[in-house]
Ligand binder design. Structure first.
Ligand code: 5GP
Ligand code: MN
Length: 335
């Protein structure tokens, strides 16, 4: 952020305000970690913040400090719309286009109060008064740490805020192994651990929360994997029937896409998940190296994200979506 942006934010936060903090739809560890960290920070500054998520977050994040205060727009539209209309300031975190909030977009579009965006995805839209956007960062949580520092309030970062930030930095960096993990990332988490953040415990809470059903579903997903070595590509599919068979709950398919990339020589991975209730095929893309899955998702599957991790969707049948994917990859030369 430049000096003007910093003083704009300082001015906006100089008197107590009702503040809405919004993560993207289907919020992940970084979206929940960053919004809740900011929530605790703004409470300390005597504001009245509230986190409003477009839809529910996975159970493995329910332990996050403050998660019990999060309002779910989808479950309580009237009340959430009222709170949004009364907000004097809106933070949008971990996304950069309002359509990523689903139906909430229509309410957000009508608001006239200032927006502040903090995000690390490609190609930000221009809806915010202040846009702190940088794709070099591995997580929005790492940017929130900077954001608080820019305001000269680093001393307010405590164990609670740090726990939220650590969670998002850890999940978005694949536990500190993705290339976006920098020496600065490690300096930030070192500071958080010095504040008392229980790093090992957080890892257990997030990743050792498997159910037997989830592992069985993972087993099926891995058996469904199709590999195209000549195109350095592999994909997984899961039908609604298979999700039902293993009593799928939100979060169960999180991270499965990454397994394909662990095959030697595979640099492009996808997972197609059929959600018949929403009439949608949810797709995740991952790559290793220079293949840009953000562009691929934008070009072919109405999505976007980062160079090495993106998402998209199809309103076609599962078979058709996969067929389309296979035809496209047959034309690709992946490094
Ligand atoms: P995931 O595959 O975990 O859902 O998403 C991977 C990354 O791509 C995340 O950073 C997520 O925010 C982003 N992403 C997922 N779906 C979409 C989408 O439909 N549009 C855009 N622009 N980004 C997405
Ligand atoms: Mn993120």
């Amino acid at each position: 952020m430049n000096e003007i942006e910093i003083s704009t934010v300082q001015e906006l936060l100089s008197s107590p305000k009702k503040i809405a903090i919004i993560p993207h739809r289907s919020p992940d560890g970084d979206a929940m970690g960053s919004t809740l960290a900011l929530y605790h920070f703004l409470l300390k500054l005597n504001h009245q913040p509230v986190v409003i998520a477009p839809n529910d977050f996975p159970n493995f994040l329910a332990w996050l400090p403050g998660a019990e205060t999060v309002l779910i727009y989808e479950n309580d539209k009237t009340n959430c719309a009222t709170i949004l209309k009364e907000a004097q300031l809106v933070f949008t975190l971990d996304f950069n286009a309002l359509h990523r909030t689903g139906e909430m977009e229509h309410v957000l579009n009508k608001l006239t109060v200032p927006f502040i965006m903090v995000d690390h995805h490609q190609k930000p839209d221009t809806f915010a008064m202040v846009t702190y956007s940088n794709t070099a960062f591995g997580s929005t949580c790492e940017m929130i740490y900077n954001f608080i520092s820019f305001l000269g309030k680093e001393k307010l970062i405590d164990k609670t805020i740090g726990t939220c930030l650590y969670t998002g930095i850890m999940t978005d960096s694949g536990s500190f192994r993705f290339p976006s993990t920098t020496s600065n990332t490690h300096r930030v988490v070192a500071n958080l651990i010095d504040l008392g953040v229980e790093n090992s415990d957080i890892h257990n809470q997030v990743f050792d929360a498997n159910s037997y059903n989830r592992l069985q579903l993972l087993g099926r997903a891995l058996q469904n994997m199709k590999v195209f070595p000549e195109h350095k590509t592999a994909y997984i599919s899961l039908s609604q029937k298979e999700l039902d068979e293993f009593h799928y709950v939100k979060g169960d398919t999180e991270g499965i896409v990454n397994y394909s990339l662990t095959i030697k020589g595979i640099h492009f991975a996808a997972i197609f998940i059929e959600h018949l209730d929403e009439n949608i095929i949810k797709i995740s893309f991952r790559s290793q190296g220079s293949f840009d899955v953000n562009q691929f998702a934008r070009d072919h599957f109405q999505g976007g994200g980062h160079i090495n991790a993106a998402g998209g969707k199809s309103y076609d049948t599962l078979a058709h979506a996969i067929n389309k994917f296979e035809k496209i990859i047959a034309t690709l030369e992946i490094e």
